[in-house]
Write a protein that binds this ligand. Structure first.
Ligand SMILES: [Zn+2]
Length: 467
């Protein structure tokens, strides 16, 4: 598989450090709110990467943290008159509700910063000992200049960074490009004991400490949104490599931005949507599908129109599955046609090739739609190639959509007695050549949300009420 590595700025063959095993770290949410549609993109994309790696036989250890202490957490807790811990507890629970509904697998480990203060402190101690960090009145800073390769991920150089950096009045750092590893307690803030007095960790150090604790000194893949390249990931590299004297992450993956109606998403522009908001109108799976329609490194634009398109595209896959199930319960031809299966398997090859090319989910979906078209065509034949063939086609579609984490809804037969009665009545009317009555019943069923299709294998009923 080839992956684009931000660190080397090229597509590289992916070869994990240990054969058969992949260690992966992805930056998780700060749990002070429901997560927004921009956060959802990396969660979904890197879940697909994980699923694909597992599909190709790797054992993937996937760590994603919860940032449960920082300025935003403290502000939210004060606003609501609750403890930072209570805010974190609540929004971690809500994270799992949204993430699971989006089909995102739980991380192998989902550590919280506040559960790992000991690992954070010992990493900072190591950095001070080795001369990469210094204490200043209860704060501890990382000295950017002390790490020769500072800037290698983002392409910034230290002189420009120092010239552009702003130092706020309450900071005590020696150089403008330095950043906080530990912050001395301010009145009313939660704090932990440390060798430098009471305080709390900076944001960047938590990822270095937890990646090290749960995955080791060198990990295979580190992923996150493009907006994290600088300073967050640059700082993670500096901290981890300075502390351990080893490369931190071998492949750095970053997803592109999301725009809303072609504008940057921001609270002030009023186009700031949480996944929870959007899920009121669209099924979570439609949101997931939408994210896969563009290559993950490209920008993606989010609009009602594009979500509608995603919805109807996803429904085409569900309809294909319904077609197969319908054929299956109505045909008596048990045969299997190897030549047809051979043709269908070509789409699997195409799918895998697309995924191996830097996770090109857009092309992978293209292969799935070609498969769908082919399956629909063979089922519509006067003499379809038998149930054995259709069974294999069904398994193939489930296999490929499973890698993308879509087509996960159960087949629902929401046809009740009333609808069944009407269908029978219509069949009777048709048999008696009472086409007027048959059409009336069809229109009535239409109004009730059911489409009636007369196929060579009998009457097929399609529910139109999918979200
Ligand atoms: Zn991080």
């Amino acid at each position: 598989m080839k992956l684009y590595n931000t660190l080397t700025r090229k597509k590289e063959d992916f070869v994990p450090l240990k054969p058969g095993e992949v260690t992966m770290y992805s930056c998780g949410p700060t749990v002070y709110n429901y997560f927004h549609i921009g956060n959802a993109r990396p969660f979904i994309i890197f879940d697909v990467l994980r699923r694909f790696l597992e599909y190709t036989g790797y054992n993937v250890k996937f760590v994603q943290n919860f940032t449960d202490i920082d300025d935003k957490m403290i502000k939210k807790a004060n606003e609501e008159g609750k403890s930072v811990f209570d805010i974190a507890e609540f929004y971690i629970g809500e994270y799992y509700k949204d993430a699971r509904a989006l089909g995102i697998k739980d991380p192998t480990v989902a550590p919280r910063a506040t559960d790992n203060i000991d690992a954070i402190i010992s990493t900072i101690e190591k950095l001070i000992e080795k001369g990469y960090a210094y204490e200043e009145e209860g704060d501890v800073y990382f000295s950017a200049r002390s790490f020769d390769e500072y800037g290698k991920l983002s392409g910034h150089n230290i002189e420009d960074l120092e010239a552009g950096a702003r130092v706020s009045v309450d900071e005590r750092k020696k150089n403008p490009a330095d950043f906080a590893l530990w912050k001395a307690q301010k009145p009313g803030e939660p704090a932990w004991d440390s060798p430098w007095g009471k305080g709390r960790p900076g944001w960047h150090i938590e990822c270095s400490a937890m990646a090290n604790r749960f995955l080791g000194e060198t990990i295979d893949i580190h992923s996150g949104g493009q907006d994290l390249i600088f300073p967050h990931h640059e700082n993670e590299i500096a901290q981890s490599e300075a502390a351990n004297g080893k490369p931190f992450a071998r492949y750095w993956l970053h997803n592109g931005f999301i725009t809303i109606d072609n504008e940057k998403m921001s609270k002030s522009a009023g186009n700031f949507f949480t996944v929870r908001d959007i899920a009121k109108e669209y099924d979570y799976e439609v949101i997931r599908f939408f994210m896969l329609t563009a290559h993950y490194r490209s920008p993606i634009n989010f609009s009602d129109e594009l979500l509608e398109q995603a919805k109807s595209a996803l429904n085409r896959i569900y309809e294909c599955r319904d077609n197969m199930l319908f054929y299956f319960s109505n045909s008596e031809n048990e045969g299997t046609d190897e030549a047809v299966l051979e043709k269908l398997r070509q789409y699997k090859t195409k799918f895998i090739q697309a995924m191996e090319d830097d996770l090109n989910t857009a092309d992978a979906l293209g292969a799935i739609f070609e498969l769908v078209r082919e399956i629909n065509t063979i089922i519509a034949l006067q003499v379809p190639p038998g149930k054995g063939t259709v069974e294999k086609a069904y398994e193939l579609l489930a296999e490929l959509t499973g890698v993308l984490g879509i087509l996960s809804r159960k087949h629902e037969n929401n046809i009740d007695e009333e609808v069944e009665g009407l269908i029978e009545e219509r069949q009777k009317a048709r048999a008696e050549k009472n086409y007027k009555r048959a059409d009336e019943i069809r229109d009535l069923l239409n109004k009730m949300g059911f489409e009636i299709q007369d196929t060579p294998h009998g009457v097929k009923v399609v529910s139109k009420n999918r979200r």
